[in-house]
Design a protein. Structure first.
Ligand SMILES: NC(=O)c1ccc[n+]([C@@H]2O[C@H](COP(=O)([O-])OP(=O)(O)OC[C@H]3O[C@@H](n4cnc5c(N)ncnc54)[C@H](O)[C@@H]3O)[C@@H](O)[C@H]2O)c1
Length: 360
């Protein structure tokens, strides 16, 4: 895949900048993709992953950086979309020198790109990168960072779910609804607590015995089922995928009994077209990148100097954004995923245009 070829995608404005970075001594091979800075500096994490080829690494960074532009736009942030990949096995090649070399390349972009954690990178790595660049967020609490982003991610998912409940059943509450949570990890645990507090019945599953032990001890009223296949086929009103990507696929969607899907997992739609199958079955899918934006809202807030209450308020607005997307989807007769993309593109165009007004 060529970098310019990626811009032929209909509806895509194309990537602004793609930077290849190499430091042979430390083994660093990184690609930074900046999709758009229409709303501000591009923000998105660094994925450290042993891709099979350079083409695969490039395809991933192009795809992920575009996704971040849409996610940040809908989260109401004054930030554009970018992402970076470091090509290699983090278990084998991650070192202080490699991370600092990477930090110097991030610094060289002079604030056009802010990095953060993603698969294969952690807050401790951000602290190392920060020794070479100012343009890094998602740092440890000891270094003024915000800490665990799953608290606000769960809060945002809950807000998106409330908006979907209002759309389908007329009231913004999960009270009396049966919600199936697949994955009781960092986000799933907090989400379960919000749901129970709101008066929902929760049925859940996880592959990790420790997660099951936690729920038995903390929330004994939660019903546990054997696996995700059992969960999706059971009598639930809402399905909340909070484990891995691809949760909405050709096996799960045909048997899903829920009327609403709202969960934290990234890339829930296993393939293009599956959103249409959901719509045809009368299932309301709230786009994952809209409802799980609480995490990016948190790391974005850290750039200003973290304030939990301010960040929480922003994550609460995921309720309003989801409502608007569902209304737009109805008005335009399109699935919510399409309406969300349109809303993001509108904000990037309308707010981005203001930069043409010259200021000293
Ligand atoms: N943490 C965040 O701030 C954040 C932000 C945005 C999106 N997300 C996404 O949300 C999802 C959950 O994130 P997390 O931070 O809670 O991760 P996590 O690793 O803490 O939790 C995932 C849980 O899912 C369980 N799981 C894995 N495979 C499963 C299966 N087949 N069936 C049932 N359970 C299974 C794991 O045992 C684990 O308990 C991920 O897809 C992540 O990318 C997280």
């Amino acid at each position: 895949m060529g970098v310019f070829a990626s811009t032929d995608d209909p509806g895509s404005t194309g990537h602004e900048q793609v930077v290849f970075c190499q430091d042979k001594q430390s083994g660093l091979k990184a690609i930074i993709g900046i999709y758009s800075t229409a709303l501000g500096p591009a923000l998105g994490g660094t994925r450290f992953y042993p891709y099979a080829s350079e083409e695969e690494a490039l395809a991933d960074v192009l795809d992920l950086s575009r996704g971040m532009a849409y996610k940040n736009a809908l989260a109401g942030l004054d930030l554009g979309g970018g992402k970076a990949v470091i090509w290699g096995d983090p278990e084998r090649i991650k070192s202080e020198a490699l991370l600092r070399a990477y930090g110097r390349f991030v610094e060289s972009l002079a604030g056009r790109y802010y990095t953060a954690c993603d698969v294969g990178t952690y807050v401790a790595d951000m602290d190392v990168i920060a020794r070479e660049t100012r343009y890094v967020t998602g740092r440890s609490v000891e270094h003024g960072g915000a800490g665990d982003s799953s608290i606000l991610t769960a809060w945002g998912v809950f807000q998106g779910m409330r908006a979907a409940a209002e759309h389908v059943w007329g009231a913004p509450t999960l009270s009396g609804r049966r919600v199936g949570v697949a994955g009781l990890g960092k986000v799933g645990k907090y989400l379960t607590a919000h749901l129970l507090e709101d008066g929902a019945e929760v049925v859940a599953t996880d592959v990790n015995p420790k997660a099951l032990e936690w729920v038995r001890a903390t929330h004994p009223q939660v019903e546990l089922v054997a696996d995700t296949a059992t969960l999706v086929a059971s009598d639930i009103d809402v399905y909340a995928p909070c484990a891995l990507g691809g949760a909405l696929n050709d096996d799960t969607v045909p048997v899903l009994r829920a009327k609403v899907v709202a969960g934290a997992a990234n890339n829930q739609l296993a393939h293009p077209g599956i959103e249409k199958v959901l719509a045809d079955r009368g299932i309301l899918y709230t786009p994952d990148y809209v409802v799980n934006a609480g995490g990016v809202i948190q790391v974005a807030d850290e750039i200003e100097g973290f304030n939990f209450e301010r960040a929480k308020l922003r994550a609460t607005r995921i309720y309003d954004t989801t409502r608007e997307i569902l209304r737009l989807a109805d008005d335009d007769g399109v699935p919510p995923a399409v309406a969300a993309d349109r809303l993001a593109e509108r904000r990037m165009a309308e707010v981005g245009r203001l930069r043409t007004i010259h200021l000293r």
